[in-house]
Write a protein that binds this ligand. Structure first.
Ligand SMILES: C[S@@+](CC[C@H](N)C(=O)[O-])C[C@H]1O[C@@H](n2cnc3c(N)ncnc32)[C@H](O)[C@@H]1O
Length: 217
């Protein structure tokens, strides 16, 4: 019943956002994590386009300058809500496994609250596609829902049971998933209100002469 309730709420993006805003204490910790990531990766918005995948309703778009920002999401409903929220920004309906962008178009990408919805083969396809559209020197910010420590965060643990993500992974699980295309630079776990996340920062790997894996081809 609770799962049905969250599924229905997801059809009302702004109401869903408000619920998340309460659970995550106005997203203060997530905005702080994004600022930290920008500093650690030395990001300069003037250095080229930045991809926000998936952008959802554009809640975190303002962390990137308007001129550099491209938001993409599979759900037209969410993209419409994002356009209403930020009319001057560029948003597009797009599938992360088949992005409508040329090779090496972006200086970096932010993947937030995404991979925990996807099984491993789909994660491989998304990461290969993201690597394709990133420049050779590109950076990656990954922020994913992580398991809540039940005894320390009982409310978060219960709420996470309602989340629609079927593939919530331990923080350690991301490095091997990302490694074919990205090299880890920094990782930490944090709480955003009652929710738990892991943040992974890295750079696109120089594949050199190494033979590409099937996921990268
Ligand atoms: C939890 S939301 C996160 C959105 C945003 N990053 C945020 O933190 O507010 C997950 C999003 O993934 C999108 N999504 C799921 N599968 C996708 C795919 N294959 N390509 C692009 N977006 C996808 C959904 O439409 C949804 O907006």
């Amino acid at each position: 019943m609770l799962q049905a309730l969250t599924d229905r709420l997801a059809q009302h993006p702004i109401a869903y956002d408000q619920l998340r805003r309460v659970i995550e204490f106005n997203f203060v910790a997530l905005h702080r994590a994004l600022s930290e990531a920008r500093e650690r990766l030395n990001i300069d918005d003037k250095d080229g386009w930045i991809l926000d995948l998936p952008c959802g309703t554009g809640i975190f778009a303002t962390n990137i300058e308007e001129d550099a920002y491209v938001g993409a999401d599979l759900e037209a409903l969410y993209v419409s809500a994002a356009r209403r929220r930020h009319p001057a920004r560029h948003f597009q309906v797009a599938d992360g496994t088949a992005l409508p962008y040329a090779d090496e178009s972006f200086q970096g990408a932010i993947l937030m609250g995404f991979l925990h919805h996807l099984d491993e083969p789909t994660v491989g396809a998304v990461l290969a596609e993201v690597a394709r559209v990133l420049r050779p020197d590109a950076w990656l910010i990954l922020i994913e829902d992580a398991p809540s420590p039940g005894f320390r965060n009982p409310i978060g643990w219960c709420l996470q049971k309602l989340d629609v993500g079927d593939h919530i992974r331990e923080s350690d699980a991301y490095t091997p998933l990302l490694e074919p295309a990205f090299r880890e630079q920094y990782r930490r776990s944090f709480a955003s209100g009652f929710w738990n996340y892991t943040m992974w920062l890295g750079r696109k790997q120089d594949l050199g002469d190494r033979e590409a894996t099937p996921a990268e081809r």
